[in-house]
Design a protein around this ligand. Structure first.
Ligand code: HPA
Length: 276
């Protein structure tokens, strides 16, 4: 075997397996503001990213890093509290290493969450948006480099990344809980600067409803290795030029924190209803 990305991944898997043999069915990536989600989990084991040799550790405030393994109702889940972003300077293969690792640990579903800028019609700060598809063309493709044949094919199909049955569960849970769930296309840009109003105008013309700096590369890597993906964005702010407010990280964090109770409810109830 001579693929360094895969070798690193297997070493990370072995390091986690030395700490726990818990096999999650569902993986959840917690975005900004969803940190308190972990309070819902009957925790079996926690693994700090820093305890996994070679694992990328986030440098962003509010993105403390650990895996939480445990039960959400009857579902066996692994939760990522904190993720790394491409703009931190990591190789894109490191940015998607956690998603691939959770696949190797047993997860068949990947639930992605994030905070995003909203530009969809009628969107407001604090809204939740079901991700129905993505635009990846402004972010580096995480499958560039020698293909990991053990994970998936060289030319991966992306025509059905966000699985309809998972979307349907999330929509039903939203309806039942009186959540006005928006739907739309999420676009990942590299960041770390926020977009200019002209860029947001362009993205609007491309059919984008929410914009952020994560999620899509993880969705691509997860789809490549056969995971079933779904995602929800918390619209933490209206995107540049849509509102007159200047954007800042603290404000994004604050708005995401405010939406957290509904966001938590939507994600937790949906996971409990997923069929694995
Ligand atoms: N743009 C990009 N990423 C973001 C935003 C935004 O407006 N809000 C939260 N993450």
């Amino acid at each position: 075997m001579s693929n360094p990305t895969y070798e690193k991944l297997l070493k990370c898997r072995d390091a986690v397996r030395k700490i726990t043999d818990f096999e999650p069915d569902i993986a959840l990536v917690l975005g900004s503001g969803l940190g308190a989600f972990a309070d819902n989990i009957k925790v079996e084991c926690e693994v700090s990213y820093s305890d996994i040799p070679g694992f990328p550790v986030s440098t962003v405030p509010g993105h403390a890093g650990k895996f939480i393994f445990g039960y959400l109702g009857k579902k066996k889940i692994v939760c990522m509290k904190g993720r790394v972003h491409y703009y931190e300077g990591y190789d894109i293969s490191d940015v998607v290493l956690p998603a691939r690792l959770m696949h190797l640990l047993g997860a068949k579903i990947l639930f992605l969450t994030n905070a995003a800028g909203g530009l969809g019609k009628g969107f407001n700060a604090g809204d939740l948006m079901l991700i129905t598809d993505h635009v990846s063309i402004f972010a580096p493709n995480p499958l560039i480099g020698p293909n990991i044949d053990e994970m998936g094919p060289r030319f991966a199909d992306m025509s059905d990344v966000y699985k309809k049955d998972l979307q349907s569960v999330i929509k039903k849970v939203a309806k039942k809980n009186g959540i006005d769930l928006k739907k739309g296309v999420y676009c990942q840009l590299t960041g770390p600067s926020f977009e200019s109003p002209a860029e947001i105008k362009l993205l609007g013309k491309l059919g984008v409803s929410a914009v952020g700096m994560s999620t899509v590369v993880e969705a691509i890597a997860a789809n490549h290795c056969g995971m079933r993906v779904c995602g929800v964005s918390c619209i933490s702010n209206l995107a540049a030029g849509i509102s007159d407010e200047p954007l800042c990280h603290e404000e994004v964090q604050e708005a995401a924190d405010k939406a957290a109770p509904l966001f938590t409810k939507l994600v937790a109830e949906s996971i409990k209803k997923f069929e694995v």
